[in-house]
Design a protein around this ligand. Sequence first.
Ligand SMILES: [Zn+2]
Length: 346
Amino acid sequence: MNKICVFCGNPPENKNKEHVLPQWLLKMTGNPNRVVKFGNNYLEGKEIIFSWKKFTVPSCTKCNDKYAKLEGEVRPIIEKLCDKTEINSNEAIKLLDWLDKVRIGLWINYYYLEKNKAQINPRMFIENRMGRKDRFMQVQFLESNKKSDGLNAFGVETLSFQFNPSCFGLRINNILILNGSNDFIISENCGFPFPKKIESVENGMLSLKDWEYNRTVSKKISGLKLLKGVLTVLQPIHTEMNYETNYFNDSYLIQNCIDREKRIGTLFRFADDGVIPIYDLNAELYFESVKGKDIKIIGELIAKVYEGQNAFLSKVISGKEETFEKTIELNKKHIEFYKEYHKNFA
Ligand SMILES: [Zn+2]
């Protein structure tokens, strides 16, 4: 396997190592030198064990330096969430960028770690993928009597994630973040235009057909029904989709974009029964209260990662249908496993 830079996809210039999960995060969640069980592969009954510190991918020195600033900006945002302090929309957008970075980084990391088990040819890298497609995140507070430190990534070990790194979960101490990004996954529920038919053609290109544009919002995310979270935000982004359109001259999109040229929508959030656009990006995003029947065991929250991967993979019609069906079946086993999982993670 040829070494490629996780940021730009070229052979690494002045070779460096990028910590996909940064040092500050390792320190925040325990001893950075600890050896951890990572990406438990329940299906094959094997555990992937190594030191967090060695969890690195190749990168250019220049590329690595370029993204160091983002790390510095995200750290206080994560700290706020761990303290159950509200963040504003600009911070949420920054966090969404970082989650794109970590998700793609973990995907490339597993590509090396498991020796390209899905036989893919990576065309996505942090630089050409961060902030380019529809995305969402949901924050959950994990209620526990004792203070629990720890860091876990969920969903990154699956075959489905290797085919399409669309959805993963990150537990940081007492919070769990569910993050997803894929073509048009939340356009429909933010009232943005979307194709009902997405077909994978050659070289990773997509054919987009049967467009709809309803200008109405809803909570349904592309076949994935989310649980209630303390904060759920969505951002429709069509930057990567070079389709011909006049849509972005329409009044609804004029009102609800932060950059129409790049086809970047504003931030939307779940609020009580609905979905609302946010126009003041400096205003704090209040937390929704999760109580009574909305409180779920941790396993049920984690199961949503695997449900998300299945929902998003099912959306794309592809020549690899048989392989995808098998992948979806495998994920169903993860879902069953987690739905019964009551224990805490460490
Ligand atoms: Zn590079």
